[in-house]
Ligand binder design. Structure first.
Ligand SMILES: O=C1C[C@@H](O)[C@H](O)[C@@H](O)C1=O
Ligand code: CO
Length: 298
């Protein structure tokens, strides 16, 4: 890949997990961003231990040459919480804009089971026609609000939500306006479909509307255990469903080739939530960095 097109970041979720705060509660913010920089990353997303004071956060990040590239935002349009979602979104947008980010990665969390003890393969929500209408209307509005600050809204398809499968991504992308974008997460698509081919097909189909990439690898044996025992998303995370690129089953070479072929310009963010007591976050950050250097040449 061309180094001038790509910025490589890493998510703090390998150090401190916002979905499961007991994972990594011992790790500090400064340790996290220092190790990110030491492992060779120039950007990150935002975790629950990050200071919210913009000047403090900017100062601590700039000492390490790290930039904020995105932060997760949960939407609740299908639940009918449009006004509340929009009010929260404006605060989040303004925080990210002040930090210099250009994209806002959102996930529709109405009826999501990702934080519950429900079986991740059996109990995900399925949206009705009316749900889809509310969703599209809401995201079109978010895109308009993001554009006020020169930013783009992208949807994070996610296990256990109403937008998980390639068919659901198709439906979403067809319903929303062209100025609503997609966040491609390799791990979530592979996990959902159990197929490298299905994951690549989504990437190639929507590459022109993909403005942010999460590089997440998957351990097939843990996914089989989750499936066979009807485990929840978070039970899987604790057991090690996810890992850094190069350490799981996904072949990232064709992902990098597609991104390069279509001239993707933007962030690729390593995102590998696992138990930091079992998988040292610094060691795994380095492992992912080395694999990307060898495989993508950046
Ligand atoms: O982007 C993400 C943010 C996390 O909170 C989430 O659960 C994770 O799996 C993910 O892909
Ligand atoms: Co992700």
């Amino acid at each position: 890949m061309k180094a001038e097109n790509i910025k490589l970041g890493i998510a703090p979720i390998g150090w401190t997990n916002d979905d499961l705060p007991e994972l990594g509660s011992e790790n500090t913010f400064e340790q996290c961003i220092s190790e990110m920089a030491l492992a060779g990353y120039v950007g990150c997303e935002v975790g629950n231990k990050y200071p919210r004071d913009i000047s403090v956060l900017k100062h601590k990040l700039s000492l390490r040459n790290i930039q904020i590239c995105n932060a997760w935002f949960s939407t609740f349009f299908v639940d009918g919480k449009k006004q509340q979602t929009i009010e929260e979104f404006i605060k989040h947008r303004d925080f990210l804009a002040a930090m210099g980010a250009k994209v806002i990665g959102c996930s529709e969390q109405s009826r999501s089971i990702q934080g519950t003890d429900k079986s991740i393969f059996k109990e995900k929500p399925v949206f009705s026609d009316e749900d889809w209408r509310l969703l599209a209307e809401g995201y079109n509005e978010l895109a308009r609000l993001a554009a006020e600050k020169g930013m783009k809204v992208c949807l994070h398809h996610h296990m256990g939500t109403g937008i998980q499968t390639p068919e659901e991504i198709d439906r979403y992308m067809t319903l929303v306006n062209d100025n609503v974008y997609l966040l491609f997460d390799s791990g979530h698509l592979y996990y959902s479909e159990g197929s490298q081919q299905a994951m690549l097909a989504v990437l190639e189909k929507y590459i022109k509307r993909i403005v942010h990439v999460h590089l997440k690898d998957v351990r097939d044996d843990i996914v089989a255990e989750v499936k066979n025992n009807n485990l929840s998303f978070l039970q899987g995370v604790k057991k090690g469903t996810f890992t850094v690129p190069g350490d799981g089953v996904i072949d990232f070479k064709p992902i990098f080739e597609i991104l390069e072929k279509y001239d993707y310009k933007g962030w690729m963010v390593v995102e590998a939530e696992q138990d930091p007591a079992l998988a040292n976050p610094f060691e795994y950050a380095l492992k992912g960095r080395q694999y990307i250097k060898q495989t993508a040449g950046v």
